[in-house]
Ligand binder design. Structure first.
Ligand code: MN
Length: 425
C-alpha cells in the first residue's frame, strides 16, 4: 500500500479582509480552492466545491476524480443560479488523490484555474499543472515572458473556474508515487509572492508536511501577503518498494536509451475522456534518465480544445492589434536630452508599446516658454505628426517673441514724450 502523509495551512494574508481560499486533507484526497465573487460568495464557492468533492469522490480512479470535480462545478453553478447574491461566483480547484488504475496505485492530479500542483522529486521541483489564466496564455503565445507575467497587473484574471458555466473542462495527470516524492498544492497567493526556487528550498529543508505548508504561507506573508494564501503538502511515505524494485531492475539490465525507458514505464491506458484535455505522465526516475533532457509530457488535445484555443488566440490577437494601433498611431511633443522632440506613441508608453523618437527639433528645453514647459515635460499629445510639428512651430514663435521682449533694455522714464532718447556717441 502506498502510504501518504499531508498537512495544510491557509491564511487571509495582510491585505484582504477575509479568506476565500479553502483546502482539504482527507484520507487519500487533497485539494485547494481559491474562490472568487463579491459579498463573500468566493468563500461559499470554494467551501461548496471542497465539500462536494469530498462527498462525490467515491470511485477511486482518475475518471472518478474528474467526475467529482465536474459535479462540484455543477453544484456551485446551481447555487449561483438560484441565489442572486452569489451569481458569478466561482472557484479554482487543484486536487490530488490516490487512485487505482488496473491494479496499480497512482496519484491523480486534476486542475481548473490558476492554483497549482508541484512535484518535488529527488530535490527537483516541477510544476505539474498549467494555469488557466490570461497571462499564462500570453506566455504560451510568446506575447509575454514568464518574468513579465509574474508582475503583470492582470495576472489574477482566470480563464477557467468551477461554477462559471454548467460544464467545465478538467485537466488531469497521473503520476506513479515513489517514496520520498512530495506534492505541493497551492493558491496563487503563494506563487505570486514566492519564487519557485524559494518554494523548492523550503520543501527540501522542512521535513514535516504541515510545518512546510505553514512556513510557505509565512514566506508569502513576509513578501507582502497581498492575497489569501493556501498550501497543502502531501508526502509519499511508502510506495510498496516500487522505487527499490525500479532501481534493482535498472541496475540488473544495461540501461536502455532514456526514451525507450520512458515509453516502457507509461503503463496506464490511453485516456478515454473525450471532454478533458488529458495527459498521462509517468515520472522517469533520475536513475533511468541520466541525461538532463526535458521530460516529455504527452498531451492529447481534442478538437474542442483546439477550436477553443484558436478562438482565444483570434480574440486576444485582435485585442492586441487594436491596443497596438491605438498605442502607436499617435504623436506627442516631449523632451529628449534637453531638446524638444516629436515622439511616436503615448507618453510613458501603453502596456509594452514604448514610444519612439520620431524627429528631433532645434528648439532647446531652455527656450520653451515657461507657461508651456509643464505640458511639454508631460508629453503634449497630438493626433498626427503635422499637428505635433505645428505645436512645435507655435512654441518656437512664442519663444522668439519672448526673447525679443526680454532682451529689450528696461524702458527708462521719459521726461517728455517729444524728447528724443539720449543717444550715446
Ligand atoms: Mn487568490
Amino acid at each position: 500500500m502506498t502510504e501518504l502523509r499531508a498537512g495544510g495551512a491557509t491564511d487571509t494574508g495582510l491585505v484582504r479582509d477575509h479568506n476565500e481560499d479553502n483546502y482539504l486533507t482527507d484520507e487519500g484526497l487533497f485539494a485547494v480552492a481559491d474562490g472568487v465573487g463579491g459579498h463573500k460568495a468566493g468563500e461559499v464557492a470554494s467551501q461548496t466545491a471542497v465539500d462536494t468533492l469530498q462527498r462525490e469522490f467515491r470511485e477511486s480512479t482518475t475518471d472518478g476524480l474528474v467526475d467529482a470535480v465536474k459535479t462540484a462545478n455543477r453544484t456551485v453553478w446551481d447555487l449561483a443560479e438560484s441565489n442572486p447574491d452569489q451569481r458569478g461566483m466561482g472557484t479554482t480547484r487543484t486536487a490530488v488523490a490516490l487512485v487505482n488504475e488496473d491494479g496499480e496505485e497512482r496519484l491523480a492530479v486534476v486542475n481548473v484555474g490558476d492554483s497549482r500542483a508541484y512535484l518535488l522529486q529527488q530535490g527537483e521541483l516541477e510544476q505539474l499543472t498549467e494555469d488557466h489564466s490570461l497571462v499564462e496564455q500570453l506566455v504560451r503565445e510568446g506575447q509575454l515572458t514568464p518574468a513579465e507575467a509574474q508582475v503583470h497587473p492582470q495576472r489574477s484574471i482566470i480563464t477557467r473556474a468551477l461554477g462559471l458555466d454548467p460544464e467545465v473542462e478538467v485537466d488531469s495527470w497521473e503520476l506513479t508515487p515513489y517514496k520520498g516524492d512530495r506534492i505541493l498544492l497551492c493558491s496563487d497567493g503563494l506563487t505570486n509572492e514566492v519564487s519557485d526556487d524559494e518554494i523548492a528550498s523550503t520543501l527540501r529543508s522542512v521535513g514535516d508536511p504541515e510545518e512546510a505548508a505553514r512556513q510557505l504561507v509565512n514566506e508569502a506573508r513576509d513578501h507582502g501577503g497581498s492575497d489569501n494564501i493556501t498550501c497543502v503538502v502531501v508526502d509519499v511515505l511508502d510506495d510498496d518498494n516500487r522505487a527499490e524494485t525500479a532501481s534493482k531492475a535498472l541496475a540488473a539490465e544495461p540501461p536502455p536509451p532514456p526514451r525507450a525507458e520512458r515509453a516502457a514505464t507509461v503503463s496506464s491506458p490511453a485516456p478515454t475522456d473525450d471532454e478533458a484535455a488529458t495527459a498521462t505522465r509517468t515520472p522517469a526516475r533520475a536513475a533511468a534518465a541520466p541525461t538532463q533532457e526535458p521530460k516529455p509530457r504527452a498531451r492529447r488535445f481534442t478538437w474542442r480544445v483546439f477550436v477553443f484555443v484558436l478562438a482565444v488566440i483570434v480574440v486576444i490577437g485582435g485585442a492586441l492589434a487594436a491596443v497596438g494601433w491605438y498605442a502607436r498611431h499617435t504623436y506627442y511633443v516631449g523632451l529628449d536630452n534637453g531638446q524638444v522632440a516629436i515622439f511616436k506613441g503615448r507618453p510613458g508608453g501603453l502596456l509594452w508599446f514604448q514610444p519612439t523618437l520620431d524627429r528631433q527639433t532645434t528648439l532647446a528645453e531652455k527656450d520653451v516658454p515657461p507657461s508651456r514647459l509643464p505640458d511639454v515635460k508631460a508629453g503634449k499629445e497630438e493626433p498626427t505628426r503635422a499637428d505635433a510639428q505645428r505645436y512645435v512651430n507655435n512654441l518656437r514663435q512664442e519663444a522668439a517673441s519672448q526673447t525679443t521682449t526680454t532682451t529689450l533694455p528696461p524702458a527708462a522714464p521719459t521726461p517728455a514724450p517729444t524728447a528724443p532718447p539720449p543717444s550715446t556717441p
